[in-house]
Write a protein that binds this ligand. Structure first.
Ligand code: AMP
Length: 396
């Protein structure tokens, strides 16, 4: 089955056309600066690449049209007509408590996604615009919504409830939702495949470490706790996000510097994390270079990151009563051997023993723990698009 996967943001749209039988990516690319001037990128194996070419995109409709035109282009396209697209899978950030799995989109589902908008005001409306643009151009093609939050809906109340007055949960839906669910679900299943054991028998800790990072406890195939919370601001320190912090700091800093809540949140989301501590960069490559050259704040930021992830691993091993495997994925998890080593070292007491040579890899599936390590440590590149495509194919 050929599935078009769409990840729509407010001014950008990522796309991939996948064959779910072979799991091959037939074509992929990006529409950027939608509503501004419009840039279009397209890549397909064996075809001419289109690299950020000016393409007018006043709205998402023109962006989707540009994608379809490229896919069916006689010279560089990969399909002969739009009818070859069997289904479209849409990434949707927030499904609230309404969606605990992917769903086929109809009017009722659209209304329910819109009801989740207040929970993700920056993301869900853009996802909805992407869905509507596809519906307008492909009215007869089935569409599926795949939610970042859905995998975490199995968390027990003890993990998702905040110690706030209970009315805020009951009336205002304030609770831990968690994000990166599609990624955690994908790598957890791959881990079970790599270990040759049913996922229902495993206790896994999945570390999705990228620009945004989250750690998830996956017990018997189900998410039972995760480090991100009501929003993706919580958990470990990230590229530019603070992660967990004492809420009392907000009032103190807002009073001291005359900031309103919007300015404060801008600091927490965009100016904090390893970028804020180091003053160098949010990119771990830049931080490693700076630390290597003696920059103490860059070294501190890197140490705070690995320490933060390590603490979550300890907490989730306790929460699950043990752990069979720890998974590293996403930009940092897949590429940064130093961070993986720093996170996993010192965990020998709980049966984690790394193999430094095996850990010296990048970007492909590998067991990076020592043969005699009780807890296996795995590197698994994430593939959210494939997961979305497979969910979509299964539903249509
Ligand atoms: P993601 O959000 O999963 O795309 O991850 C992006 C982040 O991965 C970047 O900001 C970098 O910090 C990190 N990253 C990518 N490649 C490398 C690398 N070779 N070494 C260390 N970090 C990397």
């Amino acid at each position: 089955m050929k599935v078009l996967v769409i990840n729509a943001g407010s001014s950008s749209l990522k796309y991939q056309l996948l064959d779910t039988d072979t799991q091959d990516v037939l074509a992929k690319g990006l529409c950027e600066r939608i509503g501004i001037d419009g840039k279009f990128t397209y890549k397909a194996p064996g075809k001419e690449t289109i690299d950020a070419v000016d393409t007018p995109m006043p709205t998402h409709n023109e962006a989707i049209q540009a994608v379809l035109n490229a896919l069916i282009d006689p010279a560089n396209g990969v399909i002969s007509s739009m009818d070859e697209i069997d289904a479209v899978g849409h990434r949707v950030v927030h499904g609230g408590e309404t969606f605990n799995r992917s769903v086929k989109i109809d009017d009722k589902v659209m209304a329910a996604i819109e009801e989740c908008n207040p929970l993700a005001p920056l993301h869900n409306p853009a996802n909805i615009i992407g869905i509507k643009a596809c519906q307008a151009l492909m009215p007869n093609t089935p569409m599926v919504a795949v939610f970042d939050t859905a995998f975490h809906q199995t968390m027990p109340s003890v993990a998702y409830t905040y110690a706030l007055p209970y009315e805020y949960y009951e009336n205002d839906k304030v609770r831990r939702y968690g994000f990166h669910g599609t990624s955690h679900k994908y790598v957890a299943q791959r881990a079970a495949d790599m270990l040759g054991k049913p996922i229902e028998s495993l206790k896994l800790i999945s570390c999705h470490l990228g620009n945004g990072s989250s750690v998830t406890a996956v017990k018997n195939g189900k998410s039972v706790d995760t480090s991100m919370g009501f929003t993706p601001l919580a958990g470990v320190p990230m590229g530019t996000r603070s992660g967990d912090l004492d809420a009392g700091i907000l009032e103190y800093l807002m009073n001291k510097h005359g900031m309103d809540i919007k300015e404060m949140l801008n600091v927490l989301n965009k100016k904090s994390g390893v970028q804020g501590v180091s003053g160098v960069s949010s990119d771990f490559r830049d931080l490693s270079k700076a630390a290597g050259e003696g920059n103490k704040r860059a070294a501190l930021a890197l140490d705070m990151f690995s320490y933060g992830v390590k603490k979550y691993i300890g907490a989730y091993a306790a929460a699950m009563g043990g752990v069979d495997a720890i998974i590293f994925t996403a930009g940092v998890g897949e590429n940064d051997a130093g961070q993986r080593m720093a996170i996993a070292s010192g965990l020998e007491f709980m049966g984690v023993k790394m193999d430094p040579d095996a850990n010296n890899v990048r970007g492909h599936e590998a067991i990076i723990s020592a043969i005699d390590s009780k807890v296996k440590v795995l590197l698994i590149p994430t593939n959210e698009e494939l997961m979305i495509a497979l969910d979509t194919a299964a539903l249509v």
